[in-house]
Design a protein around this ligand. Sequence first.
Ligand SMILES: Nc1ncnc2c1ncn2[C@@H]1O[C@H](COP(=O)(O)OP(=O)(O)O)[C@@H](O)[C@H]1O
Ligand SMILES: [Mg+2]
Length: 456
Amino acid sequence: MTKVIDKTDRSAGEDLAGKVSLPSVFALDGSGEAMWVDVIHRMEEVYSELLRNETDLERKNAELEEAQTFISSVVASVSDILIACGRDGVIHKVNPAFLTLVGMEEAKVIGTRIFDYVIETDRKEAERLMSAGQEGRVLEGDLHFRAAADREECLAMRCAALFDGRRRRLGAVLTGRPISELRQAYQALHQAHLELQTAQRKLIEQEKMASLGRLVAGVAHELNNPISFVYANIYTLDRYRKNLVSYLNAVHQGAGDDEIADLRRGLKIDSILSDIEPLLEGTLEGADRVSEIVKNLRRLSFSETGERHAVDLDRVLRNSAHLAVRAKNAMAEVSIDSDASLFVDAHEGQIHQVLVNLIANALDAVADRQNGRVDISTRQRGDSVEIVVSDNGPGIAETEMNKVFEPFFTTKDVGEGTGLGLWITFTIVQDYNGEITVRNNEAGGAEFHVLLPLAR
Ligand SMILES: Nc1ncnc2c1ncn2[C@@H]1O[C@H](COP(=O)(O)OP(=O)(O)O)[C@@H](O)[C@H]1O
Ligand SMILES: [Mg+2]
């Protein structure tokens, strides 16, 4: 009863000892057979262990493949570019975004150096980024790549060290995002912003020139009056002089008493003598007015440089109202109820501008009225002074109340309003840590309130 051992005859894990007979040549005694049974038993164990390991390995392999597919699909779907390269810059791996950027196939890219794709002037920057690994930090910077179709593309890059499993540095991993479009958009925006600023400065300058023009017109009117009566007086004085000369000549030439009496009456010598004093006083008053106007103008520097000083609000207010009325040739009644002891730390020109803007607007509002009124008052309110400019014009519509301080908001015709007056006024008042508000008064007209801190 012999049987050749045939492996195909049995299945894994099956105990062969009972089924298999040994060749008769070994079956000398019972102990030999037992030994063989033992060997075969061991082999069987090793074999089944091997099979177990193989299935394990297959399972792990499948898992690994799945993980790799997952990672690859993630890397492929990232729109940022990704480059893994050695310390010398030789590229080991890139993602599809990079291939699209440079317009090449993967096989042609692997083994080339990252520096081959960066424009010459950015090479230093690329080397700096590549040093990220040595310092164990993430470095950031912009690189210009030679992109497909002879384009150049700027990318915001991040570079980190690439390690192996034992934390040894192999090279660097670079990721990058195109910023050309973003930057272009930003630059266009920046440019537009600059242009807007220039335009705004020009407009403010124009408004300043316009208000200067109005001021000059007011001053011209203002000077006209005293100068014209100084002229008239001098003309009269010259006439008087001629009469006096004729009279004195007659006296010196020894004319008779009757003749002299006639001349005195004919030449109106007595009324001339009594008229000379008031004429001279009037002329002097006119000259004083001129000099006062000039003095006021001198104080009115529109430059905002230099120290602020205590500005006499009452004086500036009266001066501003006067000039505004003159400039507008206004018929309205303007009343001023002002506390004479109030001073603000300011540039006089700016306070003047605030007041003239408010008063000029009020005069505009009542320009078409028969009984137009503008009431201006100043009062101390704690540490501040409150200036109120109120009129009996049409007032401001509720919907426009909070628009009037916006630049360029105007309801006036082209050429008559720039819409910058109240905006400038608002800016100046804010500069002095003040406040400006507006409401409609009982008469239906507008009422502007300005609060300014008093000078200490
Ligand atoms: N006293 C007022 N009464 C009625 N409306 C006013 C008054 N003051 C200002 N406004 C309104 O506010 C707008 C803006 O004023 P402003 O900034 O000085 O510009 P502008 O006078 O050049 O129009 C005016 O066009 C007007 O509609
Ligand atoms: Mg105005």
